[in-house]
Design a binder for this molecule. Sequence first.
Ligand code: CMP
Length: 146
Amino acid sequence: ERERTFVMVKPDGVQRGLIGEIVSRFEDRGLKLVGGKFMRIDRDLAEEHYGEHADKPFFEGLVEFITSGPVFAMVWEGADATRQVRSMVGETDPAESPAGTIRGDLGLDLGRNVIHASDHEDPGSNEREIDLFFDDEELIDYDRVD
Ligand code: CMP
């Protein structure tokens, strides 16, 4: 089923110049970019986005990290896009991510894992995250001819 999913290059990925590499991987896979925004996340947005981790010991560090510098937020569309993107991203911990995945190839550690993607095991997280980061008019409908 065709769907949209939320992806974000985290501050470590931006700092290390990995935006282009990451965008290329999704383009090459045939996914369609429908939204993109280079932005800074403020504290309120960070706390809402990571709300499910509010009770975790790493929450404060996570909020500090994600607000520490600009991120590149994106929306990608395609068949089964959330699951497809997740399989390209790898595991949360780069050390446990296979070579060939974004985190396996580019991630440094659990915090600096270069990318966020909506969770395919949390139905509705893609729509929720897209709504949190993008207004409707920022998402562009067009045909990608291949
Ligand atoms: P992500 O799955 O995108 O969203 C939650 C993030 O919390 C996760 O990526 C990690 O980057 C970060 N994180 C930091 N410390 C931990 C930890 N101990 N366990 C799980 N996630 C962590």
